[in-house]
Design a protein around this ligand. Structure first.
Ligand SMILES: Cc1cc2nc3c(=O)[nH]c(=O)nc-3n(C[C@H](O)[C@H](O)[C@H](O)COP(=O)(O)OP(=O)(O)OC[C@H]3O[C@@H](n4cnc5c(N)ncnc54)[C@H](O)[C@@H]3O)c2cc1C
Ligand SMILES: C[S@@+](CC[C@H](N)C(=O)[O-])C[C@H]1O[C@@H](n2cnc3c(N)ncnc32)[C@H](O)[C@@H]1O
Length: 658
């Protein structure tokens, strides 16, 4: 993955943005709106197609070159005007040089008639980093997935079917690196049957190359100073070209045998609430079953959790997931109350030893300063408001969250029914449906079940083999003092401490791999206080922790739930025994790809294993589950979705010959 590079803009005498790198305009100086509508909306016949969408149906638009978002906003405006309630618009756009938020705001102020939509885009245009970034508008009626990076690198990672392409991206003569047969082959690979395309250029070689890629292109009258533009329809992958490789059957999209859009989500922590929200936003009726008397009573029940990004400089699947998940959570939080539900006070990770210092220096090379940057000791102290022993790495967009508030926000949709005191002990198959039973009591049934009960998903026969482990953790609640109010950012070393929320600080967290008992212990409170002293002796003093009698320390303990590779487990479940039979040949030769359909457990999905970072991974995992279920473009690179796939473990055991 390459580090994000922002667009360098000049502004002409009329206030229009011009790209310095490409020496080209973002839109026509005279008639930007009219041109967008003519070239992209009209040539893709979007008015008629939006109007024809049934409730629960959606249209997926793909675009090369998001730029100022003008095309997106025009499409959204038209969709809003003519699509019926319940229909959805999904917009996927790739952008190599995203605009800074300030530049975006300046550019969009040129179009007062788009203001309602532009304002929503601007509110969500935070924590946009490299990779896949999902933005959700209007309670999920419209989603935007920005693929930040070069089109030729990003589109091959996309898994989805595009109904209409906006082929933008500066004039071919000014940007020949992008307008290539490789790009057109990607547009064809991703094209849904009957997909259409519009582009402002009428250049002969572009038309011929798109024809060769499988589109049937046609010149049509242009607009303004454009004499002609191109429109086209996808006719199918060209017979002479080798077909693009399909997903391996164990990572393919499971077919769903029924059209009824009802789901049971088992477990109302961050993972279950996020899953319920993503499904409900797509028109699903969701029963959210929780054994306790309220949501967020277990791991998701701490007063404060930290939005901390444990990244790798090497672009691992986990690191990509963290960057995409962080952006998504961060944007969701914009709808919650700052100071009570969350705060973007930043997170400072101290360089507490040489090894950590070296790791931080490497990260600072790999990521943009907007995401993270090194602070020396003096700057770190100024930032934190307390004395420290070292500098560290600062994440200005990070902060703390009150996880129950996020859960409540997500579960608070009209078509989600929160069913507390419902302990699901058994799942039974009944025709096309799954039934959830609590002993002799049938709780509810639906064609789809998503297991989101952390390590408790192992209690069901279908998911008993998932390698989920519980790790007990305890946090300590420390009353705020006059002197501790100076703490102005989350500070982490081995543990973490957050600025005060409603009169207290959260200090965490212990790790205990053995204990099954959730009664808070004095020993772990003392351990947490030791973590605090290692973070800052000054802060420990400000909090007067030496004077606090240990038996009076308050806190809570819960189980984290982790997988062996530290990635969450998110996606459809298959029948393990039949899987082992179907793909037994892999024991002898791991490179084989038998074309046997995966023995899916129809309608059964899991969202678990969020470890110590559920705030970052669980909400986006809800979107991932919904995308698998509704056959939508995945909100993550295909390779990352596969790295989180429940089938990865049984596959590994086959390949290792076990
Ligand atoms: C001490 C501690 C500190 C942490 N600090 C942070 C942090 O700073 N930042 C961060 O991002 N993450 C942190 N985490 C991790 C984060 O809390 C978890 O990743 C996240 O809460 C997991 O959410 P979940 O929904 O998967 O699980 P849970 O919140 O445990 O929710 C599972 C829910 O399912 C219910 N359930 C289970 N089985 C059934 C069933 N059969 N029927 C009905 N209901 C069922 C449970 O009652 C529970 O409510 C911390 C965790 C701990 C323990
Ligand atoms: C003409 S502008 C797009 C205008 C935009 N659609 C709008 O509505 O404002 C072209 C965009 O393509 C982007 N771009 C150029 N080459 C690219 C590439 N190889 N990959 C991804 N984006 C690219 C540019 O950074 C620029 O933002």
């Amino acid at each position: 993955m390459t580090t994000i590079q922002y667009a360098q803009l000049d502004w002409d005498e009329n206030g229009n943005p011009i790209s310095r790198a490409f020496a080209d305009v973002y839109f026509s100086n005279e008639s930007g709106l009219a041109e967008t509508r003519h070239v992209f909306l009209a040539q893709n016949d979007l008015h008629a197609r939006f109007s024809a969408l049934q409730a629960d149906a959606r249209l997926v638009i793909g675009e090369t070159g998001f730029g100022t978002g003008l095309n997106f906003l025009c499409a959204w405006q038209m969709f809003e005007a003519c699509a019926r309630p319940g229909a959805r618009l999904q917009f996927v756009s790739v952008e190599k040089f995203p605009l800074s938020r300030a530049d975006l705001e300046r550019a969009l102020s040129l179009w007062p008639e788009l203001k309602t939509f532009a304002d929503q885009l601007l509110t969500q245009y935070v924590a946009i980093h490299e990779g896949f970034q999902r933005l959700v508008f209007d309670s999920g009626r419209v989603t935007l997935t920005l693929l930040i990076g070069d089109a030729l690198e990003m589109l091959p990672q996309l898994d989805g079917a595009i109904d209409a392409w906006f082929l933008d991206g500066f004039a071919p003569s000014k940007n020949p690196q992008m307008w290539t047969p490789e790009l057109f082959a990607e547009l064809a690979r991703l094209a849904a049957p009957g997909s259409t395309i519009g582009t402002f250029t009428s250049t002969g070689w572009v038309r011929r190359a798109l024809n060769a890629a499988g589109f049937k292109m046609k010149r049509v009258p242009g607009i303004g100073h454009k004499w002609e533009v191109l429109k086209g329809t996808f006719m199918g992958w060209p017979v002479e070209a080798p077909a693009p490789s399909a997903a391996k059957p164990w990572f393919a999209r499971p077919p769903l045998s029924t059209r009824e859009r009802k789901a049971l989500v088992v477990g109302a922590g961050l993972a279950g609430c996020a899953t319920a929200a993503s499904l409900a936003a797509r028109g699903w009726q969701v029963s959210l079953l929780e054994r306790h008397d309220d949501l967020a009573q277990e791991a998701s029940g701490n007063r404060q959790g930290v939005l901390y990004l444990k990244l790798s400089a090497h672009g691992t699947a986990l690191s990509q997931l963290i960057l995409s998940g962080f952006g998504h959570t961060r944007r969701l939080l914009e709808q919650l109350q700052r100071g009570v539900d969350w705060d973007d006070c930043g997170v400072l990770q101290l360089a507490f030893d040489e090894k950590e210092g070296a790791r931080q220096a490497q990260l600072a090379q790999a990521f943009s300063p907007e995401l993270l940057h090194v602070l020396d000791k003096a700057d770190a102290q100024a930032r934190a408001g307390v004395a420290l022993d070292s500098g560290g790495l600062f994440y200005p967009q990070g902060g703390w969250v009150h996880p129950p508030a996020l859960c409540r926000h997500q579960a608070n949709l009209a078509n989600i029914r929160l069913m507390t005191h419902n302990d699901v002990l058994q799942l039974r198959r009944d025709g096309d449906a799954w039934q959830a039973w609590d002993g002799e009591r049938l709780l509810d049934s639906a064609p789809v079940v998503v297991l989101a009960g952390a390590a408790e998903v192992k209690r069901f026969a279908a998911s008993a083999q998932l390698p989920l482990k519980r790790i007990r953790g305890q946090i300590t609640r420390l009353p705020m003092t006059e002197n501790s109010q100076s703490l102005s950012t989350v500070v982490c070393a081995e543990g973490y401490v957050a600025p005060g929320r409603l009169g207290e600080h959260t200090l965490g967290a212990s790790f205990d791999f053995k204990s099954d008992d959730l009664t808070p212990t004095a020993a772990e409170h003392l351990g947490n206080l030791q973590l605090l002293r290692e973070i800052s002796a000054d802060l420990a003093e400000r909090l007067q922790v030496s004077a606090l009698p240990v038996e009076q320390l308050q806190g809570r303990a819960a189980f984290r739930c982790t997988s062996p590779d530290y990635l969450p487990i998110v996606g459809p479940l298959s029948d393990r025994e039949r899987f082992l039979e179907a793909y037994t040949v892999l024991r002898k030769d791991a490179r084989q790809v038998p074309q046997t359909e995966c023995p899916w457990l129809d309608g059964l999905y899991v969202n678990s294993g969020h470890g110590s970072r559920g705030l970052i991974t669980a909400p986006l995992s809800g979107e991932l589950i919904a995308a698998w279920l509704d056959n939508e473009p995945l909100p993550l690179p295909r390779s990352v979705a596969e790295a989180c796939h429940p089938n990865r473990f049984v596959l590994r055991s086959l390949v290792r010959g076990k």
